[in-house]
Ligand binder design. Structure first.
Ligand code: DX5
Ligand code: ZN
Length: 217
């Protein structure tokens, strides 16, 4: 399993987004948290900012939509230049149709589960996805403590992926740091979002390298 490290620009300085995106050269994807103050109690950025970011960096954009009505909005993020678009299953009216539309438009389709959302009801949907995101904090804010209680869900999801012989990536997001990444990797995650652990470091690119080494160990 190839390890991927996706720094979250939520923890970056929003007045210098282009520079902050370039400060994590060597990252696999740049994780962009879109929040609408309805699905989560926080408000971040939208389509125009993603469009500008896509032009400002060669790192592909991994857009995590924490918004209501992703059925309407997710395709707009593909058009804005995202290489991967993640919608929350709790918010999607028609997740299969939406995943197919994201793929048809040329991006990777990904579905996210909040901590209290089980994976089992969605087993049959997995072939429609390129990535599954298991939240390891309640979505809405960076810098929260990692929820250890999510480790069994990561493990069960990895087992389902293997059982069906699928290639989809398994992403974890929330509280991923030098002290938690090994447990996530051991449970079966292969794509790691890290906000404060990367942008809170003096050397963000160095933090990405260290996290990658730890996850791959
Ligand atoms: C939280 C966001 C995360 C956040 C992670 O709702 O989805 O991507 O940026 O930040 P850290 O790594 O600081 O928990
Ligand atoms: Zn996120």
């Amino acid at each position: 399993m190839a390890v991927q490290i996706n720094p979250s620009i939520l923890s970056a300085d929003f007045s210098r987004l282009a520079e902050e995106a370039q400060a994590v050269d060597g990252a696999d994807w740049l994780h962009v948290d879109v929040m609408d103050n309805h699905f989560v109690p926080n408000l971040t950025l939208g389509v125009p900012v993603v469009e500008s970011l896509a032009k400002a960096t060669d790192t592909p954009l991994d857009c995590h939509l924490m918004i209501e009505d992703p059925d309407r909005w997710a395709p707009r993020y593909v058009e804005a230049g995202a290489g991967s678009v993640t919608f929350h299953v709790e918010a999607a009216a028609a997740p299969v149709r939406l995943a197919r539309e994201i793929r048809a438009k040329g991006a990777r389709a990904s579905m996210a589960l909040k901590p209290a959302t089980p994976i089992e009801p969605y087993e049959d949907l997995l072939p429609e996805l390129d990535m599954l995101l298991i939240m390891t904090v309640e979505p809405g804010f960076g810098g929260q403590a990692f929820l250890d209680i999510m480790l069994p869900k990561i493990r069960r999801t990895r087992e389902l992926i293997s059982k069906h012989g699928l290639q989809l990536w398994l992403q974890v997001d929330g509280g991923v740091s030098a002290s938690t990444i090994e447990r996530c990797a051991e449970a079966g995650a292969d794509v790691f979002v890290a906000g404060s652990a990367v942008y809170g470091a003096d050397d963000p690119a160095g933090a990405v390298r260290k996290l990658r080494d730890q996850a791959a160990a």
